[in-house]
Structure formats: C-alpha cells, structure tokens
Design a protein around this ligand. Structure first.
Ligand code: SF4
Length: 304
C-alpha cells in the first residue's frame, strides 16, 4: 500500500522525495511536432487538439514566468503553499535546437520554488545530443521525460498517425535509461480495434524497459480533431466507465510496484469533449478504481 492507495501514485512518490506537496505547473513552451510542421506530416496525431495535448497549459505567447504565475493563482485556494515542477506539456518539448531548449527550461528553473522539470516529448525527438544536454539538467534538478507510446501495436500507431514506431520508443527509453534520466510512458486505452491483449502488450513493453513511470488515460474524442470526423462517420465502440475501471485495475495488477503511476484518467476540456462524457467525472473514475482494487483485495504489482 502507498498511504491510502493501492497503487504507487506520483503524489506519494513526490511527497516521499520532497517531504511536502509538489504541484505541477503546465507550460506551453511554444514548440511544435515533426508531424505538424511538415517534416513527417502536417496533420498531427489523429486525436490531437489544436493545443497539442496541453489544453490546460498557459499560452506560448505569454512569458514562461507569467504562465507559471497564472497557474499558481488558479491553484492558490487549493494549495496556498507548495513547491513546483515546471511541466512542459504542449507539443514536443525537445523538438528544437539545444540553445532554445536551454533558454526555456532554464527560464522555468529560475522561478521561485521550482524543484524540478517534466518534459513531454516524442521518441523520435530524443537524440544522443538531446540526452547529453538533459543529463546536465538531470544533475542539477529533479527531471523526468514523458514519451508518448500510446500503443505498442504499430498498425494502430499508423492509424493514429503517430509517425514513429514502437521500436523508436524502445530506443529513446534506452538512451534515457543509459543516462539515468527518469522516463514516463503514455498509454491510451480504447483506440479503435484494440483489445485487452493490445493494452497488456503496451504496458509490458514499457515495464520490460524498467520505465520509471506510466500515465494511462482513456481515448478522448475531441471536437475539431480528425478523430472526431472519423468517429462520426465510423462510430467504434468506446469503453464504458465500468469497463475502463476494471481494465485499469487489471493493468495495475501487472505493473511492478516500483513503477510510479502518474495518471489513471485524463480530463479533456469540457467544451471540446464529444465522447466519452463520463471522462468528465474524473473523481468518480478514480474512486471507482480504489473501490474495485479494494473489492478484489489486490494492488499494483499483484500479478507482475
Ligand atoms: S505528438 Fe503529441 S502534440 Fe504532436 S501531434 Fe501527436 S499528440 Fe499532438
């Protein structure tokens, strides 16, 4: 058990390391993606919103410190005091030259009470040169790098226009592991045509690589995405909340207990979310996962 949870939550891990509540501040660093700028494609991943999977972050037109202040203001009633992790969330945050990366990351690290940096990116935006630079950051702050995998099934990967293979994911994790940089993998459940075996394979691909953390969320169909148009023309089954809860518990049982669980459900922006609407009730999903694990009397790693 990890305090009151049956899974190894990020909250638990950060509290253990820093001894107090750590708050993530989402930042839009003004980057793009190789599947958006024409390098590999121009349309981006099929499910991606205009804001590049960071709909709650600040806006890149605003100075990084201003974005951070705005978020602190929004959170100050809930957590009046705290330390922060600057989370570069939107688009691919290692897709630029080192000087521009350095300028943005280090600007965020200058901000008062920032104790770490989280950088979301794609496996094909991780090179030896980038890892060498990240290694220097890793020595001076608490760093993790988030990599999209979404699925280990490369046919689904092509359908979602991911633009990299599962092998690319493995190679990026190897580079980061060799430099002892914490890596977090993203999984999306309920992609069209996928079965429980695909979800388990995706989790196993990550845990085989001794990944530091995992982020799981349900597929969101957001208006104004290509997935939305596809779904209207070719409706495919989406997991119900109950099915999702049971599936997440099954997956937690095969994740080794040292792996940090960064997320078990996402929340798409209400005004953009078309389906599944139950994902808007994040609290109910998380409570149901707790109840289901308790009912089974199991916990993360039970079948790992
Ligand atoms: S890599 Fe991320 S930000 Fe870029 S198009 Fe795909 S989902 Fe969007």
């Amino acid at each position: 058990m990890w305090n009151d949870k049956r899974y190894h939550s990020l909250n638990y891990e950060l509290k253990k390391i820093f001894g107090e509540k750590i708050i993530k501040l989402s930042i839009d660093g003004g980057f793009t993606c190789p599947t958006r700028d024409g390098t590999k494609d121009t349309k981006g991943c099929i499910f991606c919103s205009e804001r590049g999977s960071g709909d709650f972050a600040g806006f890149s037109s605003t100075h990084i410190h201003e974005q951070m202040k705005e978020q602190i203001n929004l959170l100050k009633n809930k957590w009046p005091n705290g330390k922060y992790i600057a989370y570069f969330q939107n688009f691919s945050n290692t897709y630029d030259d080192i000087e521009r990366l350095r300028e943005r990351y280090e600007k965020a690290l200058e901000f008062e009470n920032v104790v770490g940096l989280a950088i979301a990116t794609r496996p094909d935006c991780i090179s030896k040169e980038i890892v060498d630079y990240l290694s220097t950051l890793n020595k001076k702050t608490f760093l993790w790098v988030e990599l999209g995998l979404q699925t280990s099934n490369d046919s689904t990967g092509e359908f979602i226009r991911r633009g990299y293979s599962s092998k690319d994911f493995d190679n990026a994790v190897d580079l980061l592991n060799n430099a002892q940089i914490r890596t977090v993998g993203h999984v999306i459940l309920s992609l069209p045509g996928e079965t429980k075996l695909d979800f388990e394979n995706t989790i196993r691909q990550m845990t085989k690589k001794n990944i530091w953390g995992i982020k799981i969320h349900m597929l969101h169909i957001l208006k104004n995405t290509d997935l939305y148009k596809y779904y209207l023309e070719n409706p495919f089954p989406l997991l119900s909340q109950d099915e999702y809860v049971k599936l997440v518990c099954d997956l937690l049982e095969i994740i080794p207990n040292e792996v940090v669980i960064h997320r078990l459900t996402g929340d798409g922006p209400r005004e953009l979310l078309h389906e599944p609407l139950w994902t808007g009730d994040k609290r109910r999903t998380l409570n149901s996962i707790d109840k289901e694990l308790k009912k089974r009397n199991t916990l993360q790693g039970f079948r790992a």
